[in-house]
Design a protein around this ligand. Structure first.
Ligand code: PGA
Length: 257
């Protein structure tokens, strides 16, 4: 059983929600989350809320993440944010390659690779997202898609860099739809991704890397999903906007660990 030795990461993805006062209010409600050994709690908030939320959590056990970062250090990239800009605010995590970025903003496996590398170089922990579309699952090519996305995301990475990356498996058909992958489907896909990492980097790296499940995870289904041998946490959208629901998911992770 390698599961117990891996870090569990429960990360909220607020997406494009919350003005600054609303963000401060939600952060206040989460600030009493207790520190638990081996379970890291993160909230990934809009850029405009980063400073507010970092301040609210200055004494709390909750870490702060952004939802994207550019790969260049600085320059003519209108609308983008650099790793230095995130680090100076006290940000520690960043979501990369979320399916909404891939679907609506032209993110590709190649840009996911560059952004993940830049995040690691800056000391940020990337939550690197992969996952199949409904058509791909129905066509029976889920594994092919996950293998391709994993290989390309990690192209040119050292074993140490892979260990520092958190992989988020998010089947696109389960995001924001209320359709959760069954615990067995989530466990199987995360196990498959771990197998791909093992082939590329060896069993020790695969055993060490944290793989989250994301897609309609909520207070009711979290315990069963998180109990899967290869599921080491969750990336949570809708349910992370409601303090009690997010706390219930954190509790499920702590209790099950
Ligand atoms: P959801 O979103 O929990 O609302 O399905 C998950 C995500 O997009 O990260």
């Amino acid at each position: 059983m390698k599961k117990q030795s891996r870090k569990v990461v429960i990360a909220g993805n607020w997406k494009m929600n919350k003005t600054r006062p609303e963000a401060a209010e939600l952060a206040k409600q989460l600030a009493d989350v207790a520190k638990a050994p081996n379970v890291e709690v993160v909230v990934c908030v809009p850029f405009t809320n980063l400073e507010t939320v970092v301040n609210e959590f200055s004494l709390a056990a909750v870490k702060v993440g952004a939802q994207n970062v550019h790969f260049a250090k600085s320059g003519a990239f209108t609308g983008e944010i650099s790793t230095d800009m995130l680090c100076e605010l006290g940000v520690q995590y960043v979501i990369i390659g979320h399916s909404e970025r891939r679907q609506y903003f032209g993110e590709t496996d190649a840009t996911v690779n560059s952004r993940t590398k830049a995040a690691l170089d800056a000391g940020l922990t990337p939550l690197m997202c992969i996952g199949e579309l409904l058509e791909e699952r129905e066509a029976g090519i889920t594994e092919e898609v996950l293998a391709r996305q994993t290989k390309l995301a990690f192209a040119g990475f050292t074993a140490e860099e892979v260990c520092k990356t958190v992989i988020a498996y998010e089947p696109v058909w389960a995001i924001g739809t209320g359709k959760t992958a069954t615990a067995a489907q989530a466990g199987e896909a995360c196990g498959f991704i771990r197998g791909v990492v093992a082939k590329l980097y060896g069993a020790d790296v695969a055993d060490a890397v944290t793989i989250q499940y994301g897609g309609s995870m909520n207070a009711q289904n979290a315990a069963e999903l998180l109990a899967q041998e290869d599921v080491d946490g969750g990336l949570i959208g809708g349910a992370s906007l409601v303090a009690e629901d997010f706390k219930a998911i954190i509790k499920a992770a702590v209790d099950g660990n």
